[in-house]
Design a protein around this ligand. Structure first.
Ligand code: SAH
Length: 334
Protein backbone atom coordinates (compact mmCIF):
# COMPACT_ATOMS: atom_id res chain seq x y z
CA UNK A 1 0.00 0.00 0.00
CA UNK A 2 2.80 2.37 0.93
CA UNK A 3 4.66 1.60 -2.32
CA UNK A 4 1.52 1.94 -4.40
CA UNK A 5 0.68 5.21 -2.66
CA UNK A 6 4.21 6.49 -3.28
CA UNK A 7 4.06 5.55 -6.96
CA UNK A 8 0.72 7.24 -7.46
CA UNK A 9 1.32 10.18 -5.18
CA UNK A 10 -1.58 9.54 -2.81
CA UNK A 11 -3.24 6.97 -0.62
CA UNK A 12 -6.65 7.68 -2.16
CA UNK A 13 -5.35 6.79 -5.59
CA UNK A 14 -3.80 3.61 -4.21
CA UNK A 15 -7.16 2.66 -2.71
CA UNK A 16 -8.85 3.34 -6.07
CA UNK A 17 -6.46 0.94 -7.81
CA UNK A 18 -7.17 -1.76 -5.24
CA UNK A 19 -10.93 -1.24 -5.65
CA UNK A 20 -10.57 -1.63 -9.39
CA UNK A 21 -8.46 -4.79 -9.18
CA UNK A 22 -10.45 -6.55 -6.47
CA UNK A 23 -13.97 -5.40 -7.13
CA UNK A 24 -15.11 -8.75 -8.45
CA UNK A 25 -15.00 -8.09 -12.18
CA UNK A 26 -12.80 -10.15 -14.48
CA UNK A 27 -9.14 -9.16 -14.40
CA UNK A 28 -7.91 -7.78 -17.76
CA UNK A 29 -4.66 -9.05 -19.28
CA UNK A 30 -3.13 -5.60 -19.01
CA UNK A 31 -3.83 -2.32 -17.23
CA UNK A 32 -6.43 -0.05 -18.86
CA UNK A 33 -5.30 3.24 -20.41
CA UNK A 34 -7.18 5.30 -17.79
CA UNK A 35 -8.55 4.59 -14.35
CA UNK A 36 -11.38 6.70 -12.89
CA UNK A 37 -10.22 8.44 -9.71
CA UNK A 38 -6.54 8.43 -10.72
CA UNK A 39 -5.01 11.27 -12.73
CA UNK A 40 -3.71 10.39 -16.20
CA UNK A 41 -0.18 11.42 -15.24
CA UNK A 42 0.12 9.27 -12.13
CA UNK A 43 -1.65 6.35 -13.81
CA UNK A 44 0.86 6.37 -16.65
CA UNK A 45 3.69 6.25 -14.08
CA UNK A 46 2.10 3.16 -12.56
CA UNK A 47 1.56 1.51 -15.95
CA UNK A 48 5.22 1.96 -16.67
CA UNK A 49 6.75 1.13 -13.26
CA UNK A 50 4.35 -1.51 -11.97
CA UNK A 51 2.50 -3.07 -14.88
CA UNK A 52 0.15 -5.98 -14.32
CA UNK A 53 2.28 -9.14 -14.58
CA UNK A 54 1.84 -10.62 -18.06
CA UNK A 55 -0.71 -13.42 -17.85
CA UNK A 56 -3.19 -15.43 -19.85
CA UNK A 57 -5.60 -18.23 -19.05
CA UNK A 58 -4.22 -21.47 -20.50
CA UNK A 59 -6.97 -23.73 -19.21
CA UNK A 60 -9.97 -23.78 -16.91
CA UNK A 61 -11.61 -26.92 -15.54
CA UNK A 62 -14.58 -27.14 -13.25
CA UNK A 63 -15.38 -30.26 -11.18
CA UNK A 64 -19.00 -31.23 -10.40
CA UNK A 65 -18.63 -29.83 -6.85
CA UNK A 66 -17.70 -26.40 -8.25
CA UNK A 67 -13.95 -26.67 -7.55
CA UNK A 68 -12.28 -24.87 -10.43
CA UNK A 69 -8.68 -25.28 -11.53
CA UNK A 70 -7.17 -22.45 -13.53
CA UNK A 71 -3.92 -22.91 -15.41
CA UNK A 72 -2.31 -19.52 -15.82
CA UNK A 73 0.54 -18.71 -18.14
CA UNK A 74 2.82 -16.15 -16.49
CA UNK A 75 5.45 -15.23 -19.02
CA UNK A 76 7.59 -18.35 -19.39
CA UNK A 77 5.91 -20.28 -16.60
CA UNK A 78 2.57 -22.00 -16.14
CA UNK A 79 1.07 -22.35 -12.69
CA UNK A 80 -2.17 -23.66 -11.31
CA UNK A 81 -4.60 -21.87 -9.04
CA UNK A 82 -7.63 -23.56 -7.52
CA UNK A 83 -10.91 -21.98 -6.45
CA UNK A 84 -12.71 -24.05 -3.82
CA UNK A 85 -16.26 -22.84 -3.13
CA UNK A 86 -17.60 -23.46 0.39
CA UNK A 87 -20.63 -22.47 2.43
CA UNK A 88 -20.82 -18.68 2.28
CA UNK A 89 -17.20 -18.24 1.24
CA UNK A 90 -14.67 -19.62 -1.18
CA UNK A 91 -11.01 -20.46 -0.70
CA UNK A 92 -8.36 -19.69 -3.28
CA UNK A 93 -5.35 -21.98 -3.36
CA UNK A 94 -2.38 -20.14 -4.88
CA UNK A 95 1.00 -21.31 -6.17
CA UNK A 96 4.21 -19.70 -4.92
CA UNK A 97 6.58 -21.26 -7.48
CA UNK A 98 6.30 -22.69 -10.97
CA UNK A 99 7.22 -26.27 -10.17
CA UNK A 100 8.85 -26.79 -6.77
CA UNK A 101 12.26 -26.63 -5.12
CA UNK A 102 11.47 -29.64 -2.87
CA UNK A 103 11.32 -33.29 -3.88
CA UNK A 104 8.50 -34.91 -1.91
CA UNK A 105 8.05 -38.44 -3.20
CA UNK A 106 4.24 -38.35 -3.14
CA UNK A 107 3.50 -35.04 -4.85
CA UNK A 108 2.78 -34.61 -8.56
CA UNK A 109 4.26 -31.09 -8.55
CA UNK A 110 7.68 -32.51 -7.61
CA UNK A 111 7.74 -34.47 -10.86
CA UNK A 112 7.84 -31.17 -12.78
CA UNK A 113 11.12 -29.96 -11.29
CA UNK A 114 11.58 -26.27 -10.62
CA UNK A 115 11.01 -23.57 -13.24
CA UNK A 116 11.12 -20.34 -11.26
CA UNK A 117 9.91 -18.45 -8.22
CA UNK A 118 6.84 -16.24 -8.66
CA UNK A 119 6.79 -12.55 -7.81
CA UNK A 120 4.46 -11.13 -5.15
CA UNK A 121 2.46 -9.54 -7.98
CA UNK A 122 2.02 -12.90 -9.69
CA UNK A 123 0.80 -14.48 -6.45
CA UNK A 124 -1.72 -11.70 -5.77
CA UNK A 125 -2.81 -11.80 -9.40
CA UNK A 126 -3.77 -15.48 -9.02
CA UNK A 127 -6.05 -14.49 -6.16
CA UNK A 128 -7.61 -11.61 -8.15
CA UNK A 129 -8.29 -13.85 -11.15
CA UNK A 130 -9.76 -16.72 -9.10
CA UNK A 131 -11.80 -14.30 -7.02
CA UNK A 132 -13.63 -13.09 -10.10
CA UNK A 133 -14.73 -16.71 -10.73
CA UNK A 134 -16.18 -17.24 -7.22
CA UNK A 135 -19.96 -17.72 -6.88
CA UNK A 136 -21.70 -14.48 -5.73
CA UNK A 137 -22.95 -16.17 -2.54
CA UNK A 138 -19.45 -17.47 -1.69
CA UNK A 139 -16.94 -14.65 -2.10
CA UNK A 140 -13.25 -15.57 -1.97
CA UNK A 141 -12.29 -14.61 1.58
CA UNK A 142 -9.70 -17.29 2.29
CA UNK A 143 -6.34 -17.82 0.70
CA UNK A 144 -4.13 -20.86 1.18
CA UNK A 145 -0.60 -21.10 -0.16
CA UNK A 146 -1.04 -24.78 -0.93
CA UNK A 147 -0.69 -24.80 -4.69
CA UNK A 148 2.53 -25.51 -6.54
CA UNK A 149 5.79 -24.69 -4.83
CA UNK A 150 7.44 -24.39 -1.44
CA UNK A 151 6.50 -20.96 -0.03
CA UNK A 152 9.48 -20.85 2.36
CA UNK A 153 11.84 -21.08 -0.61
CA UNK A 154 10.29 -17.87 -2.01
CA UNK A 155 9.63 -16.18 1.28
CA UNK A 156 10.23 -12.52 0.39
CA UNK A 157 7.60 -12.68 -2.34
CA UNK A 158 5.22 -14.72 -0.17
CA UNK A 159 5.46 -12.27 2.75
CA UNK A 160 4.91 -9.34 0.38
CA UNK A 161 1.88 -11.06 -1.16
CA UNK A 162 0.41 -11.80 2.29
CA UNK A 163 0.90 -8.15 3.19
CA UNK A 164 -0.89 -6.94 0.04
CA UNK A 165 -3.79 -9.33 0.65
CA UNK A 166 -4.24 -8.32 4.29
CA UNK A 167 -3.43 -4.61 4.52
CA UNK A 168 -5.94 -1.76 4.27
CA UNK A 169 -8.05 -1.37 1.15
CA UNK A 170 -9.42 -4.21 -0.94
CA UNK A 171 -9.26 -7.18 -0.73
CA UNK A 172 -8.56 -6.62 3.00
CA UNK A 173 -8.49 -10.26 4.02
CA UNK A 174 -8.16 -11.11 7.70
CA UNK A 175 -4.65 -12.41 8.45
CA UNK A 176 -6.34 -15.40 10.08
CA UNK A 177 -7.93 -16.20 6.70
CA UNK A 178 -4.56 -16.58 5.02
CA UNK A 179 -2.62 -19.83 5.53
CA UNK A 180 0.87 -20.53 4.26
CA UNK A 181 1.82 -24.19 4.04
CA UNK A 182 5.35 -25.55 4.24
CA UNK A 183 6.89 -28.94 3.72
CA UNK A 184 9.13 -28.09 6.67
CA UNK A 185 11.86 -25.71 5.52
CA UNK A 186 12.92 -24.68 9.00
CA UNK A 187 14.81 -21.38 8.49
CA UNK A 188 11.98 -19.94 6.37
CA UNK A 189 9.37 -21.25 8.75
CA UNK A 190 11.02 -19.52 11.71
CA UNK A 191 11.25 -16.25 9.83
CA UNK A 192 7.63 -16.53 8.70
CA UNK A 193 6.46 -17.09 12.29
CA UNK A 194 8.32 -13.97 13.42
CA UNK A 195 7.32 -11.69 10.55
CA UNK A 196 3.77 -12.66 9.64
CA UNK A 197 0.45 -12.83 11.45
CA UNK A 198 -0.95 -15.29 8.93
CA UNK A 199 -1.56 -18.92 9.82
CA UNK A 200 1.01 -21.63 9.21
CA UNK A 201 0.34 -25.16 8.01
CA UNK A 202 3.09 -27.74 8.39
CA UNK A 203 2.99 -30.77 6.12
CA UNK A 204 4.13 -33.29 8.70
CA UNK A 205 2.92 -36.47 6.97
CA UNK A 206 4.79 -38.86 9.27
CA UNK A 207 5.49 -39.49 12.95
CA UNK A 208 9.06 -40.79 12.85
CA UNK A 209 12.08 -39.29 11.11
CA UNK A 210 12.75 -42.59 9.31
CA UNK A 211 9.25 -42.58 7.84
CA UNK A 212 9.37 -38.90 6.95
CA UNK A 213 12.83 -39.01 5.40
CA UNK A 214 11.79 -41.78 3.06
CA UNK A 215 9.25 -39.48 1.42
CA UNK A 216 10.49 -35.98 2.23
CA UNK A 217 14.27 -35.62 1.75
CA UNK A 218 14.29 -32.20 3.46
CA UNK A 219 13.64 -34.02 6.74
CA UNK A 220 17.34 -34.93 6.83
CA UNK A 221 18.18 -31.25 7.35
CA UNK A 222 15.14 -30.35 9.42
CA UNK A 223 13.82 -33.32 11.40
CA UNK A 224 10.43 -33.53 13.10
CA UNK A 225 11.57 -32.47 16.60
CA UNK A 226 13.13 -29.26 15.28
CA UNK A 227 10.08 -28.40 13.18
CA UNK A 228 7.69 -28.87 16.07
CA UNK A 229 10.19 -27.12 18.35
CA UNK A 230 9.86 -23.99 16.20
CA UNK A 231 6.07 -24.11 16.57
CA UNK A 232 6.42 -24.58 20.32
CA UNK A 233 8.75 -21.58 20.53
CA UNK A 234 6.26 -19.45 18.61
CA UNK A 235 3.49 -20.63 20.91
CA UNK A 236 5.53 -19.85 24.00
CA UNK A 237 6.23 -16.36 22.65
CA UNK A 238 2.47 -15.87 22.97
CA UNK A 239 1.65 -15.59 19.29
CA UNK A 240 -1.86 -16.91 19.96
CA UNK A 241 -1.73 -18.89 16.72
CA UNK A 242 -3.26 -22.24 15.98
CA UNK A 243 -1.06 -24.53 13.91
CA UNK A 244 -2.46 -26.58 11.07
CA UNK A 245 -0.74 -29.92 10.72
CA UNK A 246 -1.24 -31.55 7.33
CA UNK A 247 -1.00 -35.32 7.41
CA UNK A 248 -1.38 -37.18 4.12
CA UNK A 249 -2.53 -40.74 4.77
CA UNK A 250 -1.04 -43.61 2.79
CA UNK A 251 -2.32 -47.14 2.90
CA UNK A 252 0.02 -49.28 5.01
CA UNK A 253 2.64 -46.54 5.33
CA UNK A 254 1.59 -44.10 8.05
CA UNK A 255 -2.00 -45.02 8.87
CA UNK A 256 -1.67 -47.45 11.80
CA UNK A 257 -3.01 -47.00 15.33
CA UNK A 258 0.60 -46.63 16.47
CA UNK A 259 1.03 -43.73 14.02
CA UNK A 260 -2.12 -42.07 15.36
CA UNK A 261 -0.86 -42.45 18.93
CA UNK A 262 2.58 -41.06 18.04
CA UNK A 263 0.92 -38.12 16.29
CA UNK A 264 -1.04 -37.33 19.45
CA UNK A 265 2.17 -37.58 21.48
CA UNK A 266 3.99 -35.16 19.17
CA UNK A 267 1.25 -32.54 19.19
CA UNK A 268 -0.15 -32.81 22.69
CA UNK A 269 1.30 -29.57 24.05
CA UNK A 270 0.52 -27.45 20.94
CA UNK A 271 -2.70 -25.73 19.83
CA UNK A 272 -2.65 -27.96 16.77
CA UNK A 273 -5.36 -28.74 14.29
CA UNK A 274 -4.68 -31.83 12.20
CA UNK A 275 -5.98 -32.08 8.65
CA UNK A 276 -5.88 -35.64 7.40
CA UNK A 277 -5.57 -35.81 3.62
CA UNK A 278 -6.17 -39.24 2.10
CA UNK A 279 -3.56 -39.55 -0.67
CA UNK A 280 -4.77 -38.23 -4.00
CA UNK A 281 -3.43 -40.60 -6.61
CA UNK A 282 -1.71 -39.53 -9.81
CA UNK A 283 -0.32 -41.60 -12.62
CA UNK A 284 3.30 -41.92 -11.58
CA UNK A 285 2.64 -42.71 -7.92
CA UNK A 286 2.49 -46.24 -6.51
CA UNK A 287 1.07 -44.85 -3.23
CA UNK A 288 -2.57 -45.46 -2.36
CA UNK A 289 -5.01 -43.87 0.10
CA UNK A 290 -6.23 -46.10 2.95
CA UNK A 291 -9.83 -47.38 2.80
CA UNK A 292 -12.29 -44.75 4.09
CA UNK A 293 -12.97 -46.80 7.24
CA UNK A 294 -9.26 -46.68 8.16
CA UNK A 295 -9.17 -42.91 7.57
CA UNK A 296 -12.13 -42.50 9.93
CA UNK A 297 -10.63 -44.82 12.55
CA UNK A 298 -7.36 -42.83 12.43
CA UNK A 299 -9.27 -39.57 12.82
CA UNK A 300 -11.24 -40.94 15.73
CA UNK A 301 -8.12 -42.16 17.52
CA UNK A 302 -6.33 -38.80 17.15
CA UNK A 303 -9.46 -36.97 18.22
CA UNK A 304 -9.89 -39.18 21.28
CA UNK A 305 -6.25 -38.53 22.11
CA UNK A 306 -7.26 -34.88 22.56
CA UNK A 307 -6.02 -33.37 19.28
CA UNK A 308 -8.46 -31.63 16.94
CA UNK A 309 -8.56 -33.54 13.71
CA UNK A 310 -10.55 -33.26 10.48
CA UNK A 311 -10.47 -35.20 7.24
CA UNK A 312 -10.03 -33.27 4.03
CA UNK A 313 -11.92 -35.51 1.66
CA UNK A 314 -10.77 -34.89 -1.90
CA UNK A 315 -12.16 -31.87 -3.73
CA UNK A 316 -11.74 -31.59 -7.45
CA UNK A 317 -10.03 -34.95 -7.88
CA UNK A 318 -11.82 -35.41 -11.22
CA UNK A 319 -9.90 -32.47 -12.65
CA UNK A 320 -6.61 -33.24 -10.87
CA UNK A 321 -7.06 -30.16 -8.67
CA UNK A 322 -6.78 -31.91 -5.32
CA UNK A 323 -3.76 -31.60 -2.98
CA UNK A 324 -0.62 -32.93 -4.60
CA UNK A 325 -2.16 -33.31 -8.05
CA UNK A 326 -1.10 -29.98 -9.53
CA UNK A 327 1.15 -30.84 -12.43
CA UNK A 328 -0.23 -29.19 -15.54
CA UNK A 329 -1.95 -32.39 -16.57
CA UNK A 330 -4.07 -30.39 -19.03
CA UNK A 331 -1.01 -30.10 -21.26
CA UNK A 332 -0.68 -33.85 -21.58
CA UNK A 333 -4.43 -34.19 -22.04
CA UNK A 334 -4.82 -31.58 -24.75
N1 SAH B 1 5.06 -27.18 -0.48
C1 SAH B 1 4.09 -26.79 0.51
C2 SAH B 1 2.83 -26.22 -0.12
C3 SAH B 1 2.02 -27.23 -0.90
S1 SAH B 1 0.68 -27.72 0.07
C4 SAH B 1 3.79 -27.93 1.44
O1 SAH B 1 4.22 -29.05 1.17
O2 SAH B 1 3.18 -27.73 2.48
C5 SAH B 1 0.21 -29.18 -0.62
C6 SAH B 1 -0.28 -30.18 0.43
O3 SAH B 1 -0.70 -31.35 -0.26
C7 SAH B 1 0.80 -30.58 1.40
O4 SAH B 1 0.27 -30.68 2.69
C8 SAH B 1 1.21 -31.95 0.90
O5 SAH B 1 1.69 -32.77 1.94
C9 SAH B 1 -0.08 -32.46 0.31
N2 SAH B 1 0.10 -33.43 -0.77
C10 SAH B 1 1.10 -33.52 -1.64
N3 SAH B 1 0.92 -34.54 -2.49
C11 SAH B 1 -0.26 -35.11 -2.13
C12 SAH B 1 -1.01 -36.20 -2.65
N4 SAH B 1 -0.61 -36.89 -3.70
N5 SAH B 1 -2.19 -36.48 -2.06
C13 SAH B 1 -2.63 -35.76 -1.00
N6 SAH B 1 -1.97 -34.72 -0.49
C14 SAH B 1 -0.78 -34.40 -1.05
Amino acid sequence: MAELGALLGSRTRALAVRRWLFDGGPVPESLPVRLPGVSAASWSVLREKAPLPAWSLADERRAPDGTTKLALTLGTATVETVLIPGKGRSTVCVSSQAGCTQRCGFCATATLGFTRALTAGEIVLQYAIARAAAPPDAPARNVVFMGMGEPMDNLDAVLAAVRILTEEGLPGLAASHVTVSTSGVLPGMKRFLKESAAHLALSLNATTDAQREALMPQNRSWPIARLLGALREDHERGSGRRYFIEYVLWDGVNDSDADADRLVGLLRDLPAHVNLIPHNPYDASPLRPPPDARVLAFQDRVHRGGVRCLVRWPRGQEIAAACGQLARRHEAAS
